[in-house]
Write a protein that binds this ligand. Structure first.
Ligand code: GTP
Ligand code: MG
Length: 305
């Protein structure tokens, strides 16, 4: 069993001296420039606009959101777990408290311990641990922080690139970084965000569609891509506040997929929207497990000798 445990703890089972780290199998880390839409993409996964976005909500310290799926909750509920206590909270209250903590986390002498951690239960989110990092072009984040969350382990790398920058995808730093960390692309996913902003720009739309069909530049063609309007979830949440409809999220995902379809008319439909993103992440996790399985099995065999 130790081999199994060490496999899930990302260690080389043959290396007894390897430090024991917690498993990163179901982690997903957002990588991208400042303002590329990382927090909005993660909010879309959560199903609630919990993470601060925009200029006043710039992510200035890593935020780790440990998600547990609880199908028993209503689609509008978020339960915050602190130790053994749980408390129902609203997404806006959570967002404001995170914003508050972020503004305090940016002083001089920051350290790794300044990461913000929260554990949430919802009926909308996949059981993942999401890591919202500051933009990689931000001063507060260095290579060691990125490596801490994204390197040498099984975390899914979500590279977020705004649609308007699709024509320059080949020179994206986030994509290069992901390729350095995961050269085979077995745990990288590309997200073309803010598709709505590209709607009237035919050249950009063509680029986006090429990338989605893996016909873009070679560096981009080797990974799976999804197109998203990350803002949909914030809009749905604001609307559900006034309308109070239980199904507003599903309506929002459908509306997002419809808008995406109307903008990206020739793109494969299984690459569009939040549902496509969740599917693609699940697919990558399965792929990653297959890559790691032989390791686990050889570890077991070694222990029989
Ligand atoms: N129109 C549109 N705007 C979006 C979309 N996604 C995000 N935005 C906006 O883009 C801005 C930046 O989004 P964030 O999610 O904060 O970007 P980020 O990458 O987390 O930024 P940092 O944390 O500062 O690195 C915000 O004002 C969002 O509201 C989208 O799909 N469409
Ligand atoms: Mg952010």
């Amino acid at each position: 069993m130790r081999q199994a445990a060490s496999l899930l703890a990302d260690d080389d089972p043959s290396d007894d001296a390897a430090p024991r780290r917690p498993s990163t199998f179901l982690n997903a880390v957002a990588l991208g420039n400042v303002g590329s839409g990382k927090s909005a993409v993660l909010n879309s996964l959560i199903g609630h606009p919990v993470l601060p976005t925009g200029e006043n909500g710039a992510t200035r310290a890593p935020i780790v959101v440990d998600l547990q799926r609880d199908p028993g909750l209503s689609t509008k509920s978020i339960v915050l777990q602190i130790d053994s206590k749980s408390q129902q909270v609203s997404s806006s209250a959570l967002r404001h408290s995170l914003q508050d903590r972020l503004s305090k986390a940016t002083g001089p002498g920051r350290s790794r311990t300044d990461e913000i951690y929260l554990k949430l239960r919802t009926s909308t989110a996949p059981p993942l641990k999401l890591i919202d990092l500051p933009g990689i072009d931000q001063r507060v984040i260095d290579d060691s922080t990125i490596n801490e969350f994204a390197g040498h382990n099984d975390a899914i790398l979500i590279v977020v690139i705004p649609a308007m920058q699709a024509p320059e995808v080949a020179s994206s730093r986030a994509l290069k970084l992901a390729r350095d960390i995961d050269p085979e692309g077995t745990r990288t996913i590309g997200v073309l965000s803010k598709i709505d902003q590209a709607a009237s720009d035919a050249k950009t739309v063509a680029c986006v569609q090429a990338i989605l069909s893996n016909k873009g530049p070679r560096t981009a063609a080797e990974i799976e891509w999804v197109a998203l309007i990350g803002q949909s979830v914030a809009i749905a949440s604001a609307q559900s506040g006034s309308v109070g409809s239980e199904n507003s999220l599903e309506t929002a995902w459908r509306a997002e997929a419809e808008s995406l379809k109307s903008i990206l008319t020739t793109a494969p439909q299984n690459k569009l929207g939040r549902i496509a993103l969740v599917d693609t992440i699940a697919k990558q996790i399965r792929k990653r497990m297959k890559v790691r399985l032989p390791n686990l099995l050889s570890g077991f065999r070694a222990s029989l000798r």
